[in-house]
Structures are given as structure tokens and as C-alpha cells.
Design a protein around this ligand. Structure first.
Ligand SMILES: Cc1ncc(COP(=O)(O)O)c(C=O)c1O
Length: 373
């Protein structure tokens, strides 16, 4: 049971994460870095006449939505007397959990697949975590974190699959905040690895629906990269059960590349949530992701890491005209997390030397501005 008390008759006026504390499974401690309360940005230049929004999850303290889960799960770990925290991660969870562990005064171990973007590792190290770079993919890191945690007493596993229910529950706050700003939400498009963020968002919607604050549940759409898409694949084949991704993991959306090897039921859980709400799971290619990153960067001032750009990357395949409005794209992590993936604003950049005449520099800026993405 997660909720302790429910708001009597009206929602809290605020939009801050801890305004929703009564609906979060936290007791004695509150470990915070100012998470949540993220901006909701109307995408006015990409969709001038449409109700399409970006939920700016990259503005969390460590640059991704994971701070919501870490705030709740590290608070719970402290309340439960944990001696330390450990997690497997594709990078963002490691950055986040290590920051919150530092703030809580707890030691931290993170297990990441070898090849995780350097900036995410730098973040974890900056907060004093022990970083284990595990050969293989995320599922190998998952197994390594579980192996260590199983061998020691008193350490909490904050891997943000469904392993840690506190983290999933925390993501409901994304929906509470959307509701506070928009009221009814038509469609929510979410990048998914195993899917707990999407699950948490839908848990939030169901809670408000059951309490009579919401007329209809949003239509959920989960997006994966084609190089590791166990849930989207099962959805496309009309299956009821997700199986682990059988091939080597590929593709630039590394943060959501979870092959689910050893825990495919996590994918099945997400698939069922999508189906039960008439939602969909789709997979996008690297070129679609690059284009979405470019469009967000050049036209909306939003620097998204590859996984975070997948909701926009999926747009054309979704026949978006038929989706209920308003539509929210959850942009889950910042581009600086993975700068080598940043597409060709750089390649299209017109080179001009410092010291060129002001007229030449301005002319270059105007030509660059006129380039279509
Ligand atoms: C930037 C980003 N977006 C989305 C996700 C997917 O989240 P989930 O594991 O809840 O499916 C992750 C997971 O690591 C992520 O880092």
C-alpha cells in the first residue's frame, strides 16, 4: 500500500515533488536535491497549432528523471536502516543514485555496462561511488549488482527496473505534475527500457482517476530503439508475453537498451500496462533519433540525449493526428549526458574563423539559422 492519506477534495496547489509526499512511500527521511517540479514546455515552433508539450525531465539535478526515483528510494533506504546502496544502470540511474547516496551519507556502488558514456561515469565518481564497469550489456550489470547485494547484509538495491518498488512509485509524480498544469492529459509518450517510468506515470493517472480528479486515463505510448526493443517487438507481434532480446544490443539510445535477460517478466508487466490502456509500444531507428535530437535542439532549445529524444522520433510513425490531445513527450535526460551522440548541429555547422569581419560572421549565422534540420 503506497498512499497514506489522499487529498481531501482538492489537489495540492503546488507543483513541487514533495507536495505529493502524502502519495509517496516515504516515512522518516526526506533526501532531496530539488527533484521534480520540472517545466512543461509547449513545443510552439515544432507544433505551432497543436497541443504538444515536452516534460522537461532533463532539468532534474543530475540531468534525468531518475532523481525522482532516487529521492524516494534513498529516503526509504535511510528509513529502513540500509548500510549502503547499490544499483545497476545504463548510466543515468548511477549518476542519480550516487548523488542522493552522497547527500544521505551512504556508501554507493554502481554497476554499468562497459562503454557507458564517460560523462555518466564521471557523475557517479564525482559523488564518490565505486563504479564497476561490467563487460556486456545492462542485463550483465543487473546480474552483477544483484550478486553483490545478495552477498552482503543491509545494502539496498536501487536498480530502477521493477526491482525497487519505491522508484516506480516515485514516477507517479510526473503525472501529478502534468495534471496540475494540464488537467486532462490525452497522450503521454515515454522512452522505455523495462518500463517503470511509464508504469509509475500510469499509476499516478489511475490514482487520480480513482479519486475522481481525472475523467479519463491518458493513452500511453512506450518507445524503444530498434537495436534493443523487446517490448515493442512483442507488441508488434501481438504477443502477450515479452521475451528477452535475443540479439546483441545495438543503437544510440543506450539509456533504454535493456535486453531484459533474466527478468523478461518486467517487459511483460509493461506490455500489459500498455495494452490495458489501449496504448502502444513502438521502436525507432538511430536516424529517427538523430533527427529528433536535431529538431529539439535547433527549434525548441531542448538538448536531449538520444533515449530522451525517442518520443519525438516516434512522431511520424505514430500517425499522431489521431492521438488524443494534449500530447506530452517525456524528455527524460540531457544531451550532455552523452555528448558524442549529439548529431549534426555540429556537422551542419558553418565554420567561420574568429577574427572574420562582423558582416561575414552575421552572414554565416543567418545561413546556419536558415538550414533545415
Ligand atoms: C534517459 C532515460 N530515459 C528513459 C529511461 C527508461 O526508463 P525505464 O527504465 O523506467 O523504462 C531511462 C532508463 O535508464 C533513461 O535513462
Amino acid at each position: 500500500m503506497i498512499a497514506r492519506t489522499l487529498w481531501p477534495g482538492c489537489l495540492p496547489a503546488g507543483r513541487c515533488f514533495w507536495d505529493f509526499a502524502d502519495l509517496l512511500p516515504v516515512a522518516n527521511h526526506r533526501v532531496s536535491l530539488g527533484e521534480g517540479g520540472t517545466p512543461l514546455l509547449k513545443l510552439r515552433r515544432l507544433f505551432p497549432d497543436d497541443a504538444v508539450y515536452a516534460k522537461a525531465e532533463w532539468t532534474n539535478a543530475t540531468g534525468s528523471f531518475k532523481d525522482r526515483g532516487s529521492a524516494v528510494a534513498v529516503s526509504a533506504a535511510l528509513s529502513l536502516g540500509a548500510e549502503g546502496v547499490i544499483c545497476a544502470s545504463t548510466g543515468n540511474n548511477a549518476a542519480s543514485v550516487s548523488a542522493f547516496a552522497a547527500r544521505a551519507g551512504l556508501p554507493c556502488i554502481v554497476a554499468l555496462p562497459k562503454g557507458t558514456p564517460a560523462n555518466k561515469i564521471t557523475q557517479a565518481k564525482a559523488h564518490g561511488a565505486i563504479v564497476l564497469e561490467v563487460p556486456g550489456d545492462f542485463s550483465d550489470a543487473y546480474r552483477e549488482a544483484a550478486r553483490i547485494q545478495g552477498a552482503v547484509a543491509g545494502w539496498a538495491n536501487l536498480t530502477s527496473t521493477y526491482l525497487n518498488p519505491y522508484m516506480t512509485a516515485a514516477h507517479a509524480t510526473i503525472f501529478y505534475e502534468l495534471h496540475a498544469e494540464l488537467g486532462e492529459v490525452g497522450t503521454v509518450i515515454v522512452p522505455i527500457g523495462a518500463g517503470p517510468m511509464l508504469d509509475g506515470i500510469m499509476q499516478g493517472a489511475r490514482t487520480l482517476h480513482e479519486q475522481g480528479y481525472l475523467k479519463r486515463l491518458p493513452l500511453p505510448i512506450g518507445v524503444q530503439g530498434v537495436g534493443c526493443a523487446p517490448i515493442a517487438d512483442a507488441f508488434a507481434r501481438g504477443e502477450d508475453v515479452v521475451t528477452a532480446w535475443p540479439a546483441p544490443v545495438q543503437g544510440m539510445a543506450g539509456s533504454i537498451n535493456d535486453p531484459l535477460r533474466g527478468y523478461p517478466d518486467d517487459g511483460t508487466r509493461t506490455l500489459r500496462i500498455l495494452r490495458s490502456a489501449n496504448g502502444r509500444a513502438v521502436a525507432v531507428s538511430d536516424s529517427q533519433i538523430r533527427r529528433a535530437m536535431r529538431d529539439l535542439g535547433r527549434h525548441e532549445g531542448i538538448a536531449a540525449e538520444p533515449a530522451a529524444a525517442t518520443p519525438l522520433a516516434a512522431w511520424r510513425d505514430l500517425a499522431a493526428a489521431d492521438l488524443p490531445r494534449p500530447i506530452v513527450l517525456v524528455i527524460s535526460g540531457h544531451a550532455l549526458k552523452d555528448p558524442t551522440a549529439q548529431p549534426t548541429a555540429a556537422a551542419q555547422s558553418l565554420d567561420i574563423d574568429a577574427g572574420a569581419t562582423p558582416a561575414a560572421v552575421v552572414a554565416a549565422a543567418m545561413r546556419q539559422f536558415a538550414l533545415k534540420s
